[in-house]
Design a protein around this ligand. Sequence first.
Ligand SMILES: NC(=O)c1ccc[n+]([C@@H]2O[C@H](COP(=O)([O-])OP(=O)(O)OC[C@H]3O[C@@H](n4cnc5c(N)ncnc54)[C@H](OP(=O)(O)O)[C@@H]3O)[C@@H](O)[C@H]2O)c1
Length: 329
Amino acid sequence: VTKSREVHLVVRPSGIPALADFEVVETDVADAEEGEVLVQNLFMSVDPAMRPRLTDGYDLGQPMAAAAIGRVVQSRTSGLAVGDLVSNGLGFREYFVSPARGLRRLDQVEGQPITVHLHALGGTGFTAYGGILRVARLRPEDRVFVSTAAGAVGSVAAQVAKIKGCWVVGSTGSAEKAAWLKDEVGLDAVIDYKEAPVRRGLRAAAPDGIDVYFDNVGGDHLDAALASMNTLGRAAVCGMISGYNEPGARTTVHNLANIIYGRIEIRGFTVADFADLRDDFRRDMSEWLAAGRIKYRETVLEGIGNAPRALIGLFEGLNTGKMLVKLAD
Ligand SMILES: NC(=O)c1ccc[n+]([C@@H]2O[C@H](COP(=O)([O-])OP(=O)(O)OC[C@H]3O[C@@H](n4cnc5c(N)ncnc54)[C@H](OP(=O)(O)O)[C@@H]3O)[C@@H](O)[C@H]2O)c1
């Protein structure tokens, strides 16, 4: 038996979640039985999409779920050995027992931390890659606007557009993140939406308008993008984080009529829409990372007790790049 801790949702939040909505619970995890492994999680992801699940999805009084990377510490199956690193969907807990199926063995990528599998080479990177290339149908001459450009998805979407030769403007919510995007990531222009209304900021930063908008925010950002969109522009709608804390609230968008005059296309997507691109993604992203053409940041909080803090932090802009929780060395 192994002592473990896990995070339960105990109150369904209204508005931005509070620490008191979560509880860290101690449990005993049994040893692995025939065909099973005991896994110790090392890192887990928190994601904006967890917010809707707090309202409707996660069960109260049960461990929450999240993408995670763990190490096999006991094995009773030939498929996995002690020491193997595995990706799993059972974050928000320190240890768990599982059959080998459902766990994917991860290889260390040369020159990269193992956590790269939780962002640039993982779900957020793939979302950005397929969203900007397939859904937005990016062309080299496009002028591209990416919102939450300093976040996990946004920073990759913006850089893929740069790699493809586009002019790229990103929005973010702090001077420090804006400086990272401008000086290190190399975007052509950056808007701090907390300094000035995003609509005004975008007009000033992109006087010739935009052809593509990669939306992570919705609301005022989508509105601003529609106001600046050139004829035959495309919006790939990945997320609408500005509305996640007010389920059922209406997103206020005033410029919908521009869709008509500009013949603008707006298309939402999920990663399932471009599953066929996965091999291309792995090949391209590995190459770009090795060549230093994709830059990333991680914001890492330590300990399972900080997992709720990390999740709430997404809605406060606490993270630059991918928000992660480190659960063990
Ligand atoms: N469609 C899909 O399959 C799919 C898959 C993964 C993610 N997504 C979506 O992609 C988006 C980004 O996800 P991520 O994992 O990369 O998170 P992230 O961007 O790394 O983190 C969230 C960021 O959102 C910004 N933010 C929070 N509240 C905001 C608000 N009210 N207005 C404007 N910005 C706000 C904050 O940055 P600032 O400091 O810049 O405000 C924060 O750092 C989310 O909307 C998510 O739901 C979609």
